[in-house]
Design a protein around this ligand. Structure first.
Ligand code: XIL
Length: 349
């Protein structure tokens, strides 16, 4: 085999300076040379799918498991790729010992302060953007803040406080709040967009060091069409607050996993095309990360299948199929990145 084909048509970063990235796991990259090649061909930015979450990094008090995150960061550095730090505070990835401590001693911020100090101290120099708080919002609850372990322990100010804490240890990184469920026209997602905007306005009004937002964009063919009249104003209201917007976890959930594969792939590609048409029109969108590259590794996979097995059961919502062959949505994403207009935010940096 000759030299690795280093870059696909979009060269990871589009002509306008926006980046294309993917969530990855270093164990999978190391085990699968073809996955590593795809990563190097397509990505300018990597997000650790699992390895930088609190329960992965610190499974017990005083017990650190930094090997996988170190490996991922080393791989990114070796190949000149950016890293998105995902994620400092997320209810779902909070280790049991932290939960127990916070239940016993709510209000003890030292846990968070010590954790941020260690993680940002270790990775700060190599990570240009942090999802400081992941999935903070909810609807139909007090303050529209999800009743997470952190909301319960520290009260509604915890998001601002976490941003300040992160800034103290990461003076130059872009600090981001990342959330999901903004994409469709239904009562829940309409309320979630409004709740997210209120949170952002509140954080800005109070001077919290917030640089941008992450819009996860876990799309779902079962949730109906994407509506420009809802999404475009959502993006522009975020931009009007002076915030950058990263599309952080793009993938597409299918519902009929046994239908005609060509037809399914066309629907996935069309849906992503519609989404990126709207998102990339907004100049403050800095880049797009897919939540994985190959369907074989997708968190949306319904049941384990071998790479060569029948596609039934495998959600086909990522750029490559289970055998690492690019699908129509791969070319849709590549072309959308090439077509996208310049992002002044990035070129001014
Ligand atoms: C998911 C990973 O993909 C899974 O492998 C893991 O078991 C749970 O987390 N929103 C997020 C991501 O912000 O961190 C989640 O990743 C997917 C939903």
């Amino acid at each position: 085999m000759g030299a690795v084909d280093r870059r696909g048509p979009s060269r990871g970063a589009a002509r306008d300076g926006r980046y294309l990235g993917a969530a990855v796991r270093i164990d999978q990259i190391e085990a699968e040379p073809r996955l590593a090649e795809a990563v190097l061909r397509d990505c300018a930015s990597l997000t650790p799918e699992i390895d930088m979450k609190w329960d992965a990094l610190q499974p017990g008090p005083g017990e650190w498991r930094t090997g996988p995150a170190d490996g991922l960061v080393a791989f990114a550095r070796q190949h000149g790729l950016a890293v998105r730090g995902h994620t400092l505070l997320w209810d779902q990835s909070t280790p049991a010992w932290v939960r127990a401590r916070l239940e016993r001693d709510p209000g003890d911020w030292s846990l968070v302060a010590d954790y941020f100090k260690t993680v940002l101290g270790r990775y700060g120099a190599f990570v240009d953007e942090w999802d400081v708080v992941n999935e903070p919002i909810d609807t139909g609850v007090r303050d529209n803040l999800r009743a997470t372990v952190f909301r319960k322990a520290y009260g509604p100010d915890y998001v601002a406080r976490a941003l300040h804490e992160a800034r103290a240890h990461a003076p130059h990184a872009r600090l981001v709040v990342n959330d999901y469920g903004f994409d469709y026209d239904n009562p829940v997602e309409n309320a979630r967009r409004a709740a997210f905007l209120r949170l952002l306005e509140d954080l800005k009004a109070r001077g919290a060091p917030l640089d941008g937002v992450g819009v996860q964009a876990h799309l779902d063919l079962g949730k109906g069409p994407l509506k420009r009249e809802l999404l475009a104003p959502f993006f522009s209201r975020i931009a009007d607050l002076g915030l950058g917007i990263a599309i952080t976890e793009l993938d597409v959930k299918e519902h009929d996993l046994r239908g005609d594969v060509a037809e399914r792939d066309r629907q996935v590609a069309d849906h992503v095309q519609a989404y990126l048409d709207i998102a990339l029109e907004q100049a403050s969108v800095t880049g797009v990360t897919t939540w994985g590259l190959s369907d074989r590794h997708s968190w949306l996979q319904k049941k384990p299948v071998r790479p060569t097995a029948s596609p039934a059961g495998l959600n086909r919502g990522l750029p490559y199929d289970g055998a690492l062959t690019p699908k129509p949505v791969y070319w849709t994403i590549q072309q959308a990145m090439l077509d996208a207009k310049a992002s002044p935010m990035l070129t001014n940096r």
